[in-house]
Design a protein around this ligand. Structure first.
Ligand code: ATP
Length: 587
């Protein structure tokens, strides 16, 4: 079959496939749905498990320097005071004062507008003041009832000349929404009303712990998994006999009361995160231990961690590790970009932060972040809990012991100058150096933080293709296929008996199915023509299908192995089949 150029798929087609084939459903659909919450169906939950399993393997199990954690979702409320979430974890929120009274994230108003039919309508009328005026007096009444000019058509006369010159749909909405004689309004992208000034809105979900509804019993659903890792840092380090550099990884649910959950599962109110906190020695400790800190250049070999790495090398190392993982799991390098936050975008404590951004159908957006967070988190928990988060590093103490007083003084002078250059006080620097000379420090941390649901969405978007096929007779057909990486695909192998009514053939196929099912998730399908069965598997991303046919029984015992992406089939013996599938699926 010949393949024609495939059209770029829209998110709508993917959403409909995901519902139809049991990947993702709207939560509480029977009650009209619940914004920001999603349910993963039979195939979706398999896929999510595969993503988590692959992350856990690469980040935790396959490494000797990372331990796992599964902490509670509701933690002591003091955690969120210490982490800063209670005071600063908020988004700017505005409310429509017009007809619809909708709440929206103020920084997303223009994105929401760009996706709206109101924007499409206004764009189609740009420059045609007469048409805009007619629309305001007619269709505008239902399309944008909150719009000032719709409610006050007499105002059209005053702005008629201005309307002729507007070439941008955003400016047109502002002009139509701004009441006569007032400063430019922030318009509602839904009804055209005026939005309130943005106010900070804390994103944490509150709950009450215990039977008494008293403010003292308020607790929060965690907005990220990371804080439990910091809170358990000492317990994990001591019980697992680790020392920095080492990490703690965790996968689990997080909750954010997002003002405007949107773009399908990209931004939801309940989601899962895969977070690693990788604890490293401060650069000053590396300097004392190794005599220098490795400088990061374009040619630094980042494949194997080295003793002289400071935060810069470790941070870049994790950026590279995460990129390798993404590519290995089916997201090609060209599908995402690395965005290095500029100094003025960084949180005050962060040394660097890289967002890996994926080209979603609705724009290039953050998929995951890798931040170098200094010792901020552990220091805050030490301060708020009164419990030490320091580690005692015997080799460091011994290294300092060998230094002369002049060497120590020179080190102190240089360190104080470095700290002051970064806006810290000499007093703080000296206190840090005193502890360091005793072999004690609070570890710094590199945080690769990623969302399971966003990852699933990126993988689904990347995998989705509608192929236009033309067969030998010139008949055209559309094949919908998900090119998911075998490790991520919910079903690894579809097994089919060519016919149902030949017991020997049927039982042999069943035997093969049972054998394969012990190794990975397989699907048995005995209904319909073989071509239809292949298509059903293509649509859900099953990378391989095995068909047992008459030749299997009557000729050489071989089965047909069909590849989803090439649609090629090969005949292979049952023994070779298992080995080959193991190589292709388990790697
Ligand atoms: P955004 O800027 O998109 O709100 P963020 O910078 O607040 O994201 P982080 O706090 O760094 O995100 O969270 C780490 C990861 O968790 C994100 O990269 C993303 O994959 C995931 N994540 C965060 N918020 C959500 C959400 N509301 N829905 C789904 N995934 C999320």
């Amino acid at each position: 079959m010949e393949k024609k150029e495939a059209p770029k798929s829209s998110l709508d087609a993917l959403v409909s496939l995901c519902k139809r084939r049991g990947f993702i459903f709207q939560s509480s659909e029977i009650y009209g749905g619940f914004a920001g919450f999603w349910d993963y169906g039979p195939l979706g939950c398999e896929m999510k498990r595969n993503i988590k399993e692959s992350w856990w393997r690469a980040t935790v199990r396959d490494r000797e320097d990372v331990e796992g954690l599964d902490a509670s979702i509701i933690m002591h409320p003091a955690t969120w005071k210490a982490s800063g979430h209670l005071d600063t974890f908020s988004d700017p929120m505005s409310m429509c004062k017009g007809n619809c009274r909708k709440l929206m994230r103020a920084d997303q108003i223009w994105d929401i507008y760009e996706d709206s039919t109101l924007c499409a309508t206004l764009t189609s009328m740009l420059g045609d003041a007469g048409k805009i005026a007619t629309w305001c007096k007619t269709k505008g009444k239902s399309a944008a009832p909150g719009l000032y000019t719709v409610q006050h058509p007499e105002h059209l006369e005053a702005i008629f000349e201005t309307l002729k010159g507007i070439t941008d749909a955003k400016q047109l909405l502002i002009t139509l929404a701004t009441p006569a004689g007032e400063a430019e309004a922030l318009p509602c992208p839904n009804c055209g009303g005026v939005m309130t000034e943005p106010r900070p809105f804390n994103l944490m979900f509150k709950t009450i712990v215990g039977p008494i509804e008293d403010p003292s019993n308020v607790a929060y659903l965690r907005p990220e998994t990371a804080q439990a890792i910091f809170a358990e840092f000492s317990n994990v380090m001591v019980s697992s006999r680790q020392m920095p550099p080492f990490g703690i990884g965790q996968i689990g649910k997080s909750f954010r009361n997002e003002v405007t959950p949107r773009n399908y599962i990209f931004r939801s109110r309940e989601f899962e995160q895969m977070e690693l906190e990788f604890f490293i020695k401060p650069d000053e400790a590396i300097e004392l231990l190794e005599g220098h800190v490795a400088t990061l250049t374009d040619t630094t070999d980042l494949s194997v961690p080295q003793a002289d790495w400071g935060w810069e090398c470790w941070h870049k190392y994790w950026v590279e590790q995460r990129k390798l993982w993404l590519v290995k799991n089916g997201l090609p390098q060209e599908s995402f970009v690395e965005y290095w936050q500029k100094p003025d975008e960084l949180a005050h404590y962060a040394r660097a932060c890289v967002d890996i951004e994926y080209r979603f159908p609705f724009g290039v957006q953050e998929l995951e972040g890798i931040a170098a967070r200094s010792d901020f988190d552990l220091s805050r928990h030490q301060e708020h809990s009164g419990k030490s988060m320091e580690v005692f590093d015997e080799p460091l103490k011994l290294a300092v012991k060998k230094m002369s007083d002049e060497e120590k003084a020179a080190f102190r002078q240089k360190t104080v100058a470095d700290w002051e250059a970064r806006g810290k006080s000499a007093e703080a620097a000296n206190a840090f150096i005193d502890r360091l000379f005793e072999g004690r420090y609070i570890p710094h941390v590199i945080e690769p933080s990623s969302g399971v649901d966003r990852m699933a969405l990126a993988m689904l978007c990347n995998a989705y293709e509608e192929q236009h096929l033309v067969d030998e007779k010139g008949k055209e057909d559309i094949r919908t296929v998900l090119h998911l990486a075998p490790a991520i695909a919910p079903i690894k192998v579809g097994v089919f008996p060519l016919v149902k009514n030949k017991p020997e053939l049927y039982n042999l196929a069943r035997e093969i199915f049972k054998k394969l099912q012990r190794r990975y998730n397989c699907f048995w399908d005995e209904s319909g023509a073989i071509g239809r069965r292949y298509r059903r598997q293509d649509e859900v991303g099953t990378p391989f299908c095995v068909t047992v046919d008459f030749d299997t029984l009557e000729k050489d015992g071989t089965v047909t192995l069909r590849d989803r992406d090439t649609m090629q089939q090969e005949r292979i013996s049952v023994e070779d089949l298992i080995k080959k599938l193991d190589d292709l699926i388990l790697g």
